[in-house]
Design a protein around this ligand. Structure first.
Ligand SMILES: NC(=O)c1ccc[n+]([C@@H]2O[C@H](COP(=O)([O-])OP(=O)(O)OC[C@H]3O[C@@H](n4cnc5c(N)ncnc54)[C@H](OP(=O)(O)O)[C@@H]3O)[C@@H](O)[C@H]2O)c1
Length: 476
């Protein structure tokens, strides 16, 4: 980059922020304040950020570090008159983790590297937030010597073209393209003895998927969610709907000496309705003939999740299918999003997936279905964390497929459903943008077809409507 006329300041891992002459600065990557304080500390004009996702870059390679860097330099990226550069260089072999190269190490060892793939989601979302930015994500072969890697990276970053993602495997350049897939059915099957573990299966779209699986196969189901399911008091149970609950709770709070606000009341009403929704989904599964257990736990608690998995093996000696749908949103633009919000989204979806895959016995596992999102493929305003978490799931799917070819793994990048976390205001926005929502009944049908498909299938797929509109950007 220097040879091409750029002034480059290299940020390297250090105990604390330390400027080393004109060209280098140490950064404590595990200290958010150290990263966020960089603009004031460096006090220099910045024209862009090149982020290296190499495992040797230690803490700096992670997607949290990239998120914090972008947040710190948001003012640079916001300047439309002087478009900044943003590049991320990863080292998954040149094919973005979609080849067996990442499978050579163990799952736990590969994890930090795999987790750095979240940076793809961060960069693609940053581009949606600052569309005038020169953005490029480059995936490189790990076999190139430093000189060749630097030259190839520079060529890929500076090349003209509209591709955001460019791969270089040492021989050829690659791009990521969507391809329509045709499924042949009657491949794999579950039956009434199969054990399915479904995180997030008590609520939202995963509950619809779980109830459909219950109807189709009458299996043994272990459903995981945070919602506790204690019995309702007789008074609460007598309130059949939200208005009745609002009246009852307002009166109860007042008679207890509280001054209830609508927000306080609504929070309690929604909590009760959520429990009812979970109970109702579990009832549907049971009535369909499935044997169902519910585990009220937070999937971010790795120990609790591992203990639960061990207990399921003691009970049934098998888990045939993992359906991982637990996920949360914390939508805010990069400049406003907190690290806590970013990490919360990542821990819920991505880190819990690793915990589960480490706790499950691969030789007994036959299906892994991960609920990812189109946002991972295209990025989205306010969803850098969500795109990162889903990109990690996508890359994890490729890793699982290459390490354990007998497992049928599918990371499904769902387009927006007319259900679940898609709120009324989001529905309106999609409608305005001409983005059609997935009909829940139809979407569940696609999922069942995906599970029953014969022959090899791609571990990372999209199921959506309005692909072109999504490609142009969800919220633009
Ligand atoms: N709806 C869509 O259009 C859409 C599109 C693309 C992808 N997705 C993905 O599909 C999945 C489900 O989304 P949804 O729309 O159905 O959202 P939702 O209604 O909010 O459901 C989220 C589910 O995750 C569970 N969950 C969240 N945090 C958890 C935690 N820390 N520990 C255990 N369980 C947790 C929730 O249960 P508790 O509240 O009981 O914890 C709930 O069952 C998500 O992964 C989402 O990213 C959805």
């Amino acid at each position: 980059m220097r040879a091409h006329g750029a002034r480059v300041l290299c940020l390297y891992p250090a105990e604390r922020t330390t400027r080393e002459g004109e060209f280098a600065c140490g950064v404590a990557w595990d200290d958010p304040q150290s990263i966020l304080g960089l603009p004031a500390y460096l006090h220099m004009e910045v024209a862009g950020v090149v982020h290296m996702g190499h495992p040797d870059a230690r803490g700096g390679a992670g997607c949290e570090a990239l998120f914090l860097l972008l947040k710190a330099f948001a003012a640079v990226f916001e300047n439309r008159n002087l478009p900044a550069w943003l590049a991320h260089i990863s080292f998954f072999g040149g094919h973005f983790g979609m080849s067996p190269a990442v499978a050579e190490t163990g799952l736990a060892e590969a994890w930090e590297h795999l987790r750095s793939a979240g940076a793809y989601g961060v960069v693609k979302s940053a581009y949606r937030e600052w569309p005038w930015t020169h953005v490029r994500v480059v995936d490189m072969s790990n076999d190139l010597d430093a000189q060749a890697a630097a030259q190839a990276a520079w060529r890929s970053v500076s090349a003209y073209g509209s591709e955001t993602e460019v791969g270089f495997d040492g021989h050829s350049h690659w791009r990521v393209a969507l391809e329509e897939s045709v499924l042949t059915l009657n491949g794999h099957h579950l039956d009434k003895d199969s054990v399915i573990m479904a995180t997030g299966g008590g609520h939202g779209i995963t509950a619809l998927a779980a109830t459909a699986l219950a109807r189709r196969y009458q299996p043994i189901m272990h459903i995981v969610g945070r919602t506790p399911l204690e019995d309702e008091s007789a008074d609460v149970a007598s309130c059949k709907d939200a208005p009745a609950l609002r009246l009852y709770l307002t009166d109860k709070m007042r008679s207890g000496g509280e001054a209830p606000t609508p927000v306080m009341v609504e929070r309690e009403v929604q909590a009760i309705l959520r429990k009812r929704a979970v109970r109702s989904h579990l009832d549907i599964m049971r009535r369909s003939g499935a044997r169902v257990w519910y585990h009220a736990l937070d999937v971010r608690d790795a120990q609790a999740l591992s203990h639960m998995t061990e207990a399921i093996y003691r009970q049934h000696d098998r888990v045939d299918m993992l359906l991982h749908g637990a996920g949360v949103l914390a939508d805010r633009r990069i400049r406003d999003k907190t690290l806590q919000e970013f990490s919360g989204v990542l821990h819920t979806k991505a880190d819990s997936a690793l915990t589960l895959l480490r706790a499950l016995h691969p030789q007994k596992l036959r299906f892994v279905v991960l609920f990812s999102s189109v946002v991972a493929r295209f990025g989205n305003i306010g969803q850098a964390d969500y795109a990162a978490a889903n990109e990690i799931l996508n890359k994890l799917a490729w890793l699982v497929a290459s390490r354990w070819p007998h497992i049928r793994v599918s990371s499904i990048g769902w387009g927006p459903w007319d259900y679940g976390m898609v709120s009324e205001s989001l529905r309106r926005l999609y409608r305005e943008k001409g983005i059609a929502l997935l009909d829940p009944h139809e979407a569940v049908g696609w999922l069942l077809r995906e599970i029953a498909a014969a022959g090899p299938v791609a571990p990372e797929i999209l199921i959506t409507r309005s692909v072109q509109a999504l490609q142009r950007g969800l919220f633009q």
